[in-house]
Each structure stands twice: as structure tokens, then as C-alpha cells.
Design a protein around this ligand. Structure first.
Ligand code: SP5
Ligand code: ZN
Length: 346
């Protein structure tokens, strides 16, 4: 197990988020990462590696320059304008209003944000930049280092981030940055199989018109779950990308039996494409006790999940996404990698 880490993960720590009409402690917190790390402490097969810095270009290959500059500067500007708390949007340029790159900070924040659950603070840029480098390090380990698997263990997550927008606790789309980097390094076909409870809306959107990156997501039905406005089964890609996006929304309460059926559909799609590398945005918010989700997977089920992913028999990059039951989160993540390893070494 090649596990990539960085020392900036705790620099992003929000004061709170809007949730069902109340300002509550952020579900996505630094303690998540500490608990996952602890679960790997006594694992002899775990190798911990520090991320390498690949610079800004791989990020700019996916995200717009003005958006990256916004992430780099907004908190500094926010403080200079006399604000004291985290950056949180309160107005959005919906159709009918003018969608303009505004000088006013509140207007600029709403221009780039799509949800109010994702505060920005002083260390956000450093944390998300380092998170992207950690994911790139895992990709390089697998794609150029010819390793069977690598795990990017960082936070905050990334799969909700679009080319020019943030939300759902995500700022830079680490999975998309890795997929694009694999293409840049010469891969002809890459697959992204997103197993987080929530639809990978950002990843889908970034590659929607492309046929070199297959995007698949197994997730809670957006009729009743975040991100609501994307993730339906009829979204199959556009232009050149038709047939290269697959959404597998599942009903509330879905258990491992239902989840595995969807996985088999996903697996057939991956196998039908001559994929050189598999990227797995790994969220364990499919866990039965997750506070914001409603699937019913158990800690043991994550071993099965890891085994199933390993049977795709592809060089695999796992990237840490969601999972908010911070007690069991470590064992759940550990079990996915452990199941993957056991199946690989069979
Ligand atoms: C990466 C990731 O997992 N992001 C998820 C962001 C979800 N943020 C909004 C949460 C709203 C959940 N409301 C559920 C009500 C359950 N009682
Ligand atoms: Zn999630």
C-alpha cells in the first residue's frame, strides 16, 4: 500500500457550515484524516510517502486561471475588506441576474460557489494545493512507477469541484487533475469510478464532452440527495463524450447487495474500454451511520468493495473523498485498501 501524505491537511478547518437552517460544526474536519491515519498505523504493508510538488500546471490543465486566482486570493481580500469570519457565499447569479466577474467580494464569492456548505479560510489554498499534489504523486507512482495501487490520503475532498466552481466541501477536483495528468503523460484511456455516496458532479462536468476519460459514479439518487442538480441516469455524455459518462443512482437505504449490482454494471463499462489507469474517488459516506447520507454499508462491506475494485485488474489510484462518521471512518477506509490488497495478492 503506497499511501501519499502532505503536512498541510489541517490548515483547512471551517468554523461551521449551513445545514438545514442552522450553522453547525463542519462535517468535513481535520479529525477525519487523523482517524484514518491511525487505522493504518499497525499495518506492515502500509508505506507512507511524502507528496512531490508538481507545480500549478496540472491544476491549470483542469481549472480556469481566474478560478485558481480566486482561490489563492479571496481570503486575503476578505480580511482586507474588514471581514473576520470564514468566506461564505450568500448571493448567487442565477438566470435572470447578470453573471459577471464582480469586484464586490460577496458577488465574487457567489460567482464561484455553488453551495453554502464550503467555507474558505486562511489555509484553504495551501491545503487544497497540497491535496492536488498528493493526488498527482499517487498517480505518478502508479502510472510511471508501475505500481499496482496508490492512495492519496488528503483533505478536503475534490469530486464536487467543477472547472470554475467550488462546493460540497470541494475546491480542486483531484480525481480530474489525476485523470488529465495521465492523459498528458500519454495515456489514451482513463476511467474514473466514483464510489463516494454523493454524485461526482464536478468530475462528470469536466469530462462530459470527452471520450478519453470515462466517468462513472455510484451514488444516492439526486432526487433526494446532494448535489440534487446533476447525477441522473439519463446523463450519458455529450458530443464526442456520448457514452462516456455513466450514472448509477441508488435508492435511499441501499445496502451492499444493491451496491454490488451497480458495481457490476460499472465494471462491465470499465472492462469494455481499454483503460490504462483507474482512478477511484473513495468516499466512505456510504456507511450505515454516516450523519449526512443514507446507504447502509457496514464496515465489513468495505473489504468486499476493495476486493471487487481489485478484480478490475487495473493500476489503481484511490483518492480520499467523503465519509463523516469520524469514529469508524479509519477502519472503513482501511478495509477498502486491505480488501484490494488481499485480492491482488491472491
Ligand atoms: C465530498 C462530499 O462528500 N461532499 C458532500 C457535501 C454535502 N454537503 C451538504 C450536506 C447536506 C446533507 N443534508 C442531508 C440531510 C440528512 N438528514
Ligand atoms: Zn460524499
Amino acid at each position: 500500500m503506497n499511501i501519499f501524505l502532505n503536512d498541510k491537511v489541517a490548515l483547512h478547518e471551517g468554523q461551521g457550515e449551513m445545514h438545514q437552517g442552522k450553522f453547525v460544526p463542519c462535517f468535513e474536519s481535520p479529525s477525519r484524516l487523523n482517524n484514518i491515519l491511525s487505522a493504518f498505523e499497525n499495518e506492515p504493508e502500509a508505506t507512507f510517502l511524502n507528496a512531490t510538488d508538481y507545480g500549478l500546471q496540472p491544476i491549470l490543465d483542469v481549472h480556469a486561471t481566474d478560478y485558481v486566482e480566486f482561490l489563492q486570493n479571496i481570503h486575503k481580500d476578505w480580511l482586507a475588506a474588514g471581514n473576520t469570519g470564514d468566506v461564505i457565499p450568500y448571493i448567487w447569479p442565477v438566470p435572470g441576474l447578470k453573471r459577471i466577474a464582480h469586484n464586490n467580494l460577496n458577488a465574487r464569492v457567489g460567482y464561484y460557489a455553488f453551495s453554502s456548505d464550503t467555507p474558505i479560510m486562511q489555509g484553504t489554498w495551501q491545503a487544497v494545493y497540497s491535496g492536488a499534489q498528493t493526488a498527482l504523486s499517487a498517480l505518478h507512482c502508479v502510472f510511471q512507477g508501475n505500481k499496482r495501487m496508490a492512495f492519496s490520503l488528503s483533505r478536503p475532498p475534490g469530486h464536487h469541484a467543477h472547472r470554475s466552481s467550488y462546493g460540497g466541501y470541494c475546491f480542486l477536483n483531484n480525481a480530474a487533475i489525476c485523470a488529465q495528468q495521465a492523459i498528458t503523460l500519454g495515456a489514451k484511456k482513463v476511467a474514473i469510478l466514483d464510489v463516494d455516496f454523493h454524485h461526482g458532479n464536478g468530475t462528470q462536468d469536466i469530462f462530459y464532452e470527452r471520450n478519453d476519460v470515462l466517468t462513472i459514479s455510484i451514488h444516492g439518487n439526486p432526487e433526494t440527495n446532494f448535489p440534487y442538480y446533476l447525477g441522473y441516469s439519463e446523463e450519458t455524455g455529450a458530443d464526442e463524450g456520448i457514452g462516456f459518462n455513466l450514472n448509477l443512482p441508488l435508492d435511499n437505504g441501499a445496502d451492499m447487495k444493491v451496491w454490488l449490482q451497480a458495481f457490476e454494471t460499472a465494471a462491465s463499462k470499465v472492462k469494455a474500454m481499454d483503460t490504462e489507469v483507474l482512478i477511484v474517488p473513495l468516499g466512505v459516506d456510504t456507511f450505515v451511520d454516516d450523519p449526512i447520507s443514507n446507504f447502509t454499508l457496514t464496515t465489513e462491506d468495505y473489504l468486499t468493495m476493495g476486493e471487487a475494485i481489485a478484480r478490475l485488474d487495473l493500476p489503481t489510484v484511490f483518492i480520499m473523498e467523503g465519509g463523516y462518521d469520524v469514529g469508524p471512518i479509519g477502519q472503513n477506509v482501511f478495509n477498502v485498501l486491505s480488501g484490494f490488497n488481499a485480492e491482488t495478492n491472491k
